[in-house]
Design a protein around this ligand. Structure first.
Ligand SMILES: [Zn+2]
Length: 234
């Protein structure tokens, strides 16, 4: 006796169906993932996954996985979580974060641990050049001023020391600017006292940065020029 021919097969879980309506109604985790593929979190997760594969040398560029293959991957959930985590925690670049995770051999279960971000942020402060940090800081200042209805030239006078500390911790306000741009030192850092000052020392190595700024005159002149150009714009 011949078995009835199977006509419909889910390409994600391989389950087979004899009737089209059953097949169409079928839903499994991997198919659901594929249907979610235009979601920005999934798109970012896929990009991070491809970058991770390249960085770890697991796959050559030519063999990069398609989004459909990614939906079937055992790493799907880990990278979806990483995608959500990196956008929620304002990690500047998810790719750089993946590089850091790979280079420091951070185990997968610790990828989305906010406590581990301070190490990454310190690495970014150290590795990113002064001008890029100054430009990013200017961008973040513009966003803050727009959100708070403050004119850009008033920023250093208006932001509270507590708010500024959060920006420093999240690398939104670079030590190059905080400690090396005179209007910031005069209008903002001069208001840091007691507990705030203590917390600043927890976030960044202040003597190290003061020394670095003192030594790198070339860089600090460029930083000041970038800030002058941006802070006086209205
Ligand atoms: Zn299925």
């Amino acid at each position: 006796m011949a078995l009835q021919a199977t006509k419909f097969k889910c390409t994600f879980c391989e389950r087979e169906f004899v009737r089209k309506p059953w097949f169409e109604r079928h839903m499994c985790t991997k198919k659901q993932r594929f249907l979610d593929r235009n979601n920005i979190t999934v798109i970012r997760a896929h990009r991070l996954f491809m970058h991770w594969q390249r960085r770890t040398g697991l796959l050559r560029r030519a063999k990069e996985k398609t989004l459909e293959a990614f939906c079937k991957s055992p790493f799907y959930n880990a990278f979806l979580k990483l995608s959500e985590f990196t956008s929620a925690e304002y990690v500047m670049s998810g790719f750089k974060y993946v590089d850091w995770l790979v280079d420091n051999k951070i185990p997968e279960k610790k990828w989305c641990n906010a406590h581990d971000l301070d190490g990454f942020r310190e690495y970014i402060r150290e590795s990113e050049d002064a001008q890029s940090q100054a430009k990013k800081t200017c961008k973040n200042i513009r966003v803050w001023c727009a959100d708070n209805g403050i004119d850009i030239p008033e920023f250093f006078k208006c932001i509270t020391p507590g708010q500024a500390l959060n920006m420093v911790r999240e690398n939104k306000l670079s030590p190059w600017v905080l400690l090396g741009y005179d209007p910031c030192v005069e209008e903002l850092v001069s208001r840091f006292q007691g507990e705030i000052l203590h917390t600043l020392y927890d976030h960044i190595n202040v003597p190290y940065w003061l020394d670095k700024i003192e030594r790198d005159q070339d860089d600090i002149l460029k930083v000041r020029k970038i800030l002058d150009g941006n802070m006086n714009a209205t």
